[in-house]
Ligand binder design. Sequence first.
Ligand SMILES: Nc1ncnc2c1ncn2[C@@H]1O[C@H](COP(=O)(O)OP(=O)(O)OP(=O)(O)O)[C@@H](O)[C@H]1O
Ligand SMILES: [Mg+2]
Length: 307
Amino acid sequence: MSSVPKTADDFNLEAAFRDSHVADVLDQLDSELVGLAPVKTRIRDICALLLVDTVRRQAGLSTEALSLHMSFTGNPGTGKTTVALRMAEILYRLGYVRKGHMVAVTRDDLVGQYIGHTAPKTREVLKRAMGGVLFIDEAYYLYRPENERDYGQEAIEILLQEMENHRDDLVVILAGYEDRMDRFFRSNPGMSSRIAHHIAFPDYTAAELLAIADLMLDQMQYQLSADARTALEEYIERRQALPHFANARSIRNALDRARLRQASRLFAKRAASLARNDLMTIEAADIKASRVFAETPPTARQGELHS
Ligand SMILES: Nc1ncnc2c1ncn2[C@@H]1O[C@H](COP(=O)(O)OP(=O)(O)OP(=O)(O)O)[C@@H](O)[C@H]1O
Ligand SMILES: [Mg+2]
């Protein structure tokens, strides 16, 4: 191709990677987020795509603006919001968006109650999100076919337009449950066709949830006693079986309550000389006092032990 002025050796992907400082964010993603292997792989793929695009531009090759709008599907507490924040940072470091901030909204932030209110609301949100990521949680609530005159449709149309017009400076991420999102995309082919990347967030395994607990405790400078660890394993098994289980979010809530019980326990004793270790350690009783143990039958493993 005569329009390509340089030889292949002049284009340095490694240098583009280094200059972007995106490696830090990717390393953090690996070390600070447990599991999520398929999600991490997809993010690396998107990084590769953007880096190659940068180098293609240096090589004078065609660089049609990439469409990077995404959908993040998964159950509550699987890390969608957390990963979206990292994604905003990555897109910023790779020079895809100017600012790298994230604006998180739901239907109520976009759709008005009265005629004429929706367009200004949606446009205001889009203006705030420009240069970064617009994260729309439970995006399917925008579409309510059962209401004959639903203003959600108006918001969707404005979003579609702006997603196309500002595709080089705005990334829209639609998040929610997988089945409802599938239905939403089937009813809104226009939206579906603008979403280039569909990323599914799997539920965490019990082992991953325990690792997430360890990570969270470590970040808060707490630790589990050996018995507390066993209690937490059992807690996780029981909690997973209860309604409204919300993956990592349920773990965070359980740890918050355990900290509360630990504090009450220490306070009740009013010890005059506490060891640093006492202040850090969650004991089995701090976990076992949870209503989850009262509300569920013993787990299979417990049953075996006692039979
Ligand atoms: N893989 C993980 N490793 C460590 N912590 C995690 C992981 N996934 C989620 N968390 C933590 O769990 C909590 C819930 O995560 P997040 O809010 O990102 O989930 P979500 O999918 O957006 O949930 P929702 O659907 O309820 O909004 C956060 O405190 C987050 O830091
Ligand atoms: Mg969320």
